[in-house]
Design a protein around this ligand. Structure first.
Ligand SMILES: [Zn+2]
Length: 492
């Protein structure tokens, strides 16, 4: 269904710092690139927040009927320990410490990342390209930037010439940083650096003898700079200009600023129409850090194996909690807040279970269309999930009123209400009714046991007990049916 025709989304564009009407380059199609993880350690909860938000963007665009190509990369080489092109490659360092191959590090943490995302019910992206899978293309892009006069080689490494670029373009257009200020903010590199200017950034680094992750190039055996892979892979899969580029706000500078400079140098075009950035996540009002112990892994929340939270929480509750905050606000993760979300989540799921049992009436006391429109309005307004969730709780109220016979819906309204509610809860927000499933499995087990006991009672001609089991189950809404194949049951 081409719902996008009647739903004008507004996107807060980090580039213009304004909400803008979203208009894709090609009608009906959306190209979206999100910077993926550097796979040198377990998936970080802050990253999960970022990817979860873009999962919602992806889900909603699909719901509106857009054909979406969603590209999220895996950084498996070239990401150095700090942004000043200094220090070791993060993956190579981990490999050295653990005495394993860098590709073993990459494999281990890519598997972990996928496992976390699967647990949290993420839709997989359309393409998940890797940096090491695109070394040839990265070398080609460096050649192009050198040929255009915006990069230079020194001792086997190649750097992007920020000052040259800034003569006619605006380096800092996204982050608001000024090139002059960057000189003072950049650590002076005690004569070690080959860079002409401290603002310049590496496109290619010559590998020293310790460095195992290396590839031949016209300049040296080495490896690409981190920023380059995203320019290369977004251009390759989405074109020189595409619709949405996302990531955590910590990537605005230097990573995304450098991406813009590289891509614009090659194509002469503004690469991205809408930049979207998610805000950070705190744990108990403080920055999450392994060193201070204020740290939790996404899977530890599910298993309950941690010292931070009072108990385990389901993935759907964590998702619900995340989406109760706007993506541009700081999210403060805590046991208390999660417990509050769990209550809300249960209320919502209980209402959805009730909805299946509700019967229609002759008149409607609730305007379903108006309510549905307000759900779309919330999502159209820069993917405002907290407002959508507030609307879902309006629906919960209505369901409870119907149950108490204080409200009613006609058959077509009831059908439309169920359809819209289910699609917003499960398709758009990606929540799951885990407790419902787990409980119904338990109920099935218990009823099967009672059926067995009733059969034994009948075999012993204990009709009183047999009838008691049947009658008391009826009171609970469970109907036993005796047939040739044995006894079956239905739950009302
Ligand atoms: Zn990136």
């Amino acid at each position: 269904m081409e719902r996008y025709k009647e739903n004008q989304i507004k996107v807060y564009n980090s580039l213009s710092k304004k909400k803008e009407n979203f208009k894709p380059i090609t009608e009906g199609y959306v190209g979206m690139y999100v910077c993926g993880p550097t796979v040198y350690s377990n998936a970080h909860l802050g990253n999960v927040r970022t990817f979860m938000f873009f999962d919602i963007v992806y889900r909603y665009l699909l719901h509106l009927g857009y054909k979406v190509r969603y590209v999220r990369n895996i950084t498996d080489a070239g990401h150095l320990e700090n942004d000043a092109d200094e220090g070791e490659d993060r993956i190579a360092k981990k490999a050295r410490i653990e005495k394993i191959e860098p590709m073993e590090v990459v494999q281990r943490y890519t598997v972990d990342f996928h496992n976390v995302l699967k647990n949290y019910n993420f839709l997989p992206p359309s393409i998940e390209p890797t940096a090491t899978g695109h070394i040839v293309e990265q070398i080609e892009m460096i050649k192009e930037i050198i040929a255009k006069g915006f990069a230079y080689e020194v001792n086997g490494s190649v750097y992007f010439d920020v000052l040259e670029y800034n003569k006619n373009e605006h380096y800092g257009i996204l982050s608001g940083r000024k090139v002059e200020d960057l000189i003072h903010n950049t650590r002076t590199l005690d004569g070690q650096s080959d860079k002409k200017n401290p603002q310049d950034f590496a496109l290619w680094k010559k590998a020293d003898e310790r460095h195992i992750m290396r590839w031949p190039s016209p300049w040296s055996d080495g490896f690409p700079g981190w920023h380059l892979e995203c320019s290369v892979m977004s251009t390759k899969y989405l074109g020189e200009q595409f619709d949405i580029h996302g990531g955590g706000m910590d990537l605005k500078f230097p990573h995304h600023e450098c991406e813009i400079a590289q891509s614009k140098t090659c194509s002469g075009k503004t690469p991205v129409n809408y930049w979207m950035h998610t805000n950070m996540l705190l744990l108990n009002s403080q920055k999450m850090a392994k060193s201070t112990g204020n740290f939790i892994l996404p899977n530890e929340i599910l298993s309950g194996e941690n010292d931070i939270l009072p108990k385990a929480f389901t993935a759907s509750v964590v998702r619900f909690f995340n989406l109760q905050a706007n993506y541009r606000s700081i999210l403060d993760f805590s046991g208390e807040a999660l417990e509050a979300s769990e209550k809300g989540h249960t209320k919502l799921m209980e209402a959805l279970n009730l909805l299946d049992k509700i019967e229609s009436d002759k008149t409607s006391t609730f305007n379903v269309q108006e309510w549905e429109n307000s759900c779309y309005d919330a999502m159209n307004d820069d993917f405002n999930t907290p407002i959508l969730i507030a609307n879902l709780f309006e629906a919960v109220k209505v369901i409870n009123h119907i149950r108490e016979q204080n409200a009613s819906l006609t058959a077509p309204d009831l059908l439309a209400f169920k359809k819209a509610l289910n699609s917003f809860v499960f398709d758009v927000l990606g929540l799951t009714n885990e407790n419902h499933q787990a409980n119904s499995e338990k109920i099935n087990g218990v009823v099967e046991l009672l059926i067995k006991l009733r059969k034994e009672a009948r075999e012993n001609k204990d009709w009183a007990l047999s009838d008691q089991i049947r009658d008391e189950l009826i009171v609970l809404g469970i109907q036993l049916k005796d047939g040739k194949e044995g006894t079956t049951f239905s739950v009302n």
